[in-house]
Structures are given as C-alpha cells and as structure tokens.
Ligand binder design. Structure first.
Ligand code: PRT
Ligand code: ZN
Length: 210
C-alpha cells in the first residue's frame, strides 16, 4: 500500500509534542535529524518535517495528506483543509495588547489606531466584525517591540504565559482567537482506511490523557 504523508513541525514549539503523539500512537520512526522525510517502520505513513507556516498549504495541495499545525496558522493561511482532531497541546491565544501607560477602555477605541501583527488576515476579520477601522502594520516577528519603538499603538500576537507582553510594558486588551494544535487532512482523506486507523489511535491517546 502506498504510504500516506503527514507533515509536522521540524523544530519549534509543536515539534516535540507532535513526535510524542505519533510515538504514543505506536508508530516507530527515526526522529528528525537532517533528513526531511522519514518513513514509519510499522505503519503505512511517511513523516515530513517542515516549517509550520508551510504545513496548511502542503495539506491543501495534497503534497501531504495530513498535518499537525496551530489553528492560528491554519486560519491565517485561509486554506481549505479538514479539521480531523483538536490535539490539546500548543494552546495559546491571539490577543490584541496595548501599552500599559496608554490604556484604552472599549474595543471601539481601536478606531484610527495602528496595530502591528504577523496575523493580518485574522486581525482584519476581527476588526471587520467589530466595525473597527485601524491601520494594520504587518511585521514578521518581534511584534511586541512595536509600541515601544513608536511603530504602532497596539499589537496583535500570540500569548501563552503573558510574560513577553509584561516584559515589553504591554497588557492584554482583547482576545482575537484561541488556538491549539490541530490534526488536519486534505479534502476527503478522512475516509481513507489508514487515516481512520490513525485517528482512532490518536483519539485513544487523547482519552488516556484526560
Ligand atoms: O520555524 P517555524 O516557522 O516552524 O516555527 P515558528 O517560530 O513560526 O513557530 P513556533 O515554534 O514559535 O510556534 C509554533 C506554534 O506554537 C504557533 O503557531 C502557535 O500555534 C503555538 N504557540 C503556543 C505559540 C506560543 N504558544 C507562544 N507563546 N507560538 C508562539 N508563541 C510566542 C509568541 O509569538 C510570543 O512572541 O511566544 C511569545 C509569547 O509567549 P509568552 O509565554 O511570553 O506569552
Ligand atoms: Zn512559523
């Protein structure tokens, strides 16, 4: 049988938990070292190790059949993929945050303000829903530094413990999206018998953790 492909993060916050989940599903494979693709010895699956940003498109385009990636990345890429299972790790919240010394009271107070983010698509939808017109400044990293440098009035970024916000004199103002790692699949792959088997194993691993 031709092996299906699952894309997981090569290194970073989701890598370890993704590998652990697949190993707990009984899959036996060599962990990522320098090869970007590895086969599973005892299951018809190959594992691709990728930048997380590339995973949604790889799955949408069928280069990978399955993927594990944060919901924040899936939503930002606006891809058409199926959510097979929320995985309960990589939990975080995309938040708008503002400088402590320039507090705002209401969400409407964002009107006319500039907001730095790496998530322009998700942020624009949020602002549209609240009928707010703000200037989105897209930057690719270190977003929290924006207000201190006078680049923006606010930021919209991923928060988990909140210590990065605090260390940069910022405080949470509004929640935009709560996120966790999701097992996604390309369209109609859910009916594939290998995917059904893997999904059952994933669900029993998750149940055992409850
Ligand atoms: O190299 P690659 O492109 O694959 O990785 P990456 O650097 O883009 O992503 P990575 O590994 O940082 O995060 C992968 C995924 O983990 C994200 O897409 C989220 O779904 C999830 N996740 C969970 C987080 C965090 N928690 C998190 N705290 N992603 C990022 N952060 C960053 C955040 O951007 C901010 O700079 O951590 C900082 C805030 O953390 P606290 O704890 O100070 O609030
Ligand atoms: Zn990334």
């Amino acid at each position: 049988m031709k092996a299906l492909k699952i894309a997981i993060q090569k290194s970073g916050r989701l890598n370890e938990k993704s590998v652990e989940l697949l190993k707990n599903c009984g899959l036996s494979f060599e962990n990522y070292k320098s090869s970007l693709i590895t086969s599973v010895a005892n299951f018809p699956l190959e594992i691709l190790f990728l930048r997380d940003d590339d995973i949604p498109e790889y799955v949408q385009d069928g280069i990978a059949d399955l993927g594990i990636v944060g919901e924040n990345v899936i939503k930002e890429k606006e891809v058409s993929v199926e959510y097979l299972q929320a995985l309960g790790f990589g939990k975080c919240t995309l938040k708008i945050a503002i400088p402590k010394e320039k507090p705002l009271n209401y969400i409407d107070d964002l009107n006319g303000k500039s907001i730095a983010t790496s998530y322009p698509i998700i942020l624009q939808k949020f602002l549209d829903q609240h009928q707010i017109k703000a200037d989105i400044r897209t930057i690719s990293g270190s977003v929290e530094i924006g207000p201190g440098l006078g680049l923006s009035d606010a930021i919209c970024d991923i928060v988990s413990t909140g210590s990065t916000l605090r260390n940069n004199g910022l405080e949470p103002f509004a929640d935009v999206l709560s996120s966790q790692a999701i097992l996604i699949g390309k369209k109609d792959i859910k009916e594939h018998s290998v995917v059904e088997e893997l999904l059952q194993r994933v669900q029993s691993v998750l149940r055992a953790k409850e």
